[in-house]
Design a protein around this ligand. Structure first.
Ligand SMILES: [Zn+2]
Length: 420
């Protein structure tokens, strides 16, 4: 049975940050060309941090192969692998799977369905010089990614009516790649008649099972929000006037309609611009002027601003911790959130969160608890953990109080983008 009308949002578990990436989505040649064109500075940059996970991407195959085996296929296969993972296929058969008998069970709570938020990223970055004779920068249109993903979700709903997942993707955009007219069309296509309510979100997801996708269709509320990715050049506060108008147009639209934004916010990841520029564009400080202008924006700083470089390797100066800045912004602005994707299961990471949070008053700590959202960042988190099930189980075992855990996997993501 497909989920019934009575399915309550309180019965949903949210993974609010993951990716259904396929290799064709990623600008691999641009990534390798960027390294190839900047060998010396890139070597110096990655040498400056011992736990910078991405530094060995091309040489440490043990680590890299796991996500590759997921991404080397189509979206339907990616969804199927994650379902098998959550249903215990890759665990010891003596362990009760996380999802079995139509419920998803953690230590203190069980849920009926899992809401997944795969983030489509705008991988178009034609500005890296490719030194081959063709000088080609292969296209990675987000519209094509959306068509392909929506078709895969439709096929999933049709083939498995009892499956664990409700899927509500985000769409990425780098405004630098588009004209103002194209940006207006983009917003119309993905977010006209958009609603952030749980009721409409569930209805839309259900409607998706019979939706016929065309290349230029307008999506009726299928997308949950927008993903920005500064390490590929997205600038939230650009100097250039024309670009600033385009970016501000998106922010104004999102603030007016309550459309959530997730921006990548740690200092590693897939990067196509020099480190110093990337650190500047990614930092929460860089968003301050945006929030000043659009104070009601729903904005999630992903990965809680985790920094692998304590010092800016190029300037050798200690800056304010991004995590500290994010906490300040969450306290100051009503709709600023953070997510703990990629890191949720790591107790040392929680140690640094608590150290900072305890320096705030009790009422501020209460606000912080309401602003942290769970995510896995699967399959990228396979760079450091074996399966999605292991990620979730280790998070579930952390000595955090159960009300806080429930808030992270249900109440907080609902307030962010699946509202009552
Ligand atoms: Zn991610």
């Amino acid at each position: 049975m497909f989920w019934d009308e009575k399915l309550s949002p309180a019965d949903l578990f949210f993974d609010n940050h993951l990716h259904f990436l396929t290799l064709g989505n990623i600008s691999i040649s641009a990534y390798m060309s960027f390294f190839n064109n900047n060998k010396l500075s890139e070597a110096a940059t990655v040498a400056a941090s011992s736990d910078y996970i991405y530094k060995d991407l091309l040489t440490n195959l043990d680590q890299t192969l796991a996500p590759l085996t997921i991404m080397e296929g189509d979206e339907s296969r990616v969804i199927q692998i994650l379902q098998d993972d959550i249903c215990g296929k890759f665990e010891d058969s003596s362990i009760t799977p996380l999802f079995s008998d139509n419920k998803f069970s953690l230590n203190n709570h069980s849920f009926k369905k899992i809401v997944l938020t795969p983030l489509i990223m705008d991988f178009d970055y034609p500005y890296v010089q490719q030194k081959n004779a063709y000088k080609l920068a292969p296209p990675h249109s987000v519209n094509k990614q959306a068509v392909s993903l929506i078709n895969a979700i439709t096929a999933y709903y049709v083939s498995d009516k009892d499956g664990p997942f409700i899927i509500r993707p985000y769409i990425g955009i780098n405004p630098e790649n588009y004209t103002m007219d194209e940006i207006q069309m983009f917003l119309h296509r993905y977010f006209s008649n958009w609603s952030g309510t749980a009721q409409d979100g569930l209805k839309a997801a259900k409607r998706l099972a019979t939706f016929k996708v065309t290349d230029d269709c307008v999506y009726p509320n299928f997308f949950g929000g927008i993903k920005f990715y500064p390490p590929m050049g997205f600038d939230a506060a650009p100097q250039n006037r024309l670009l600033r108008e385009k970016v501000n147009h998106i922010f104004a639209y999102c603030e007016k309609h309550g459309i959530p934004i997730i921006t990548h916010c740690d200092d590693q990841g897939f990067r196509l611009i020099p480190m110093e520029k990337s650190l500047n564009l990614t930092s929460p400080e860089h968003w301050e002027s945006v929030l000043n202008k659009y104070p009601n924006l729903y904005l999630d700083f992903a990965h809680f601003g985790r920094q692998y470089f304590r010092k800016n390797p190029l300037k050798n100066k200690v800056s304010t911790l991004w995590m500290e800045k994010i906490i300040d912004l969450m306290i100051k602005y009503p709709n600023v959130y953070t997510d703990i994707s990629f890191n949720a299961f790591e107790s040392n990471f929680w140690g640094s969160i608590f150290t900072l949070a305890y320096s705030h008053s009790e009422s501020e700590q209460e606000i912080i608890r309401k602003k942290i959202i769970f995510g896995t960042d699967w399959p990228l988190s396979l760079l450091k953990i074996s399966t999605a099930a292991e990620y979730i189980r280790r998070f579930d075992k952390l000595p955090l109080d159960k009300e806080f855990k429930y808030a992270m996997v249900n109440e907080n993501p609902r307030n962010f983008g699946f509202r009552d």
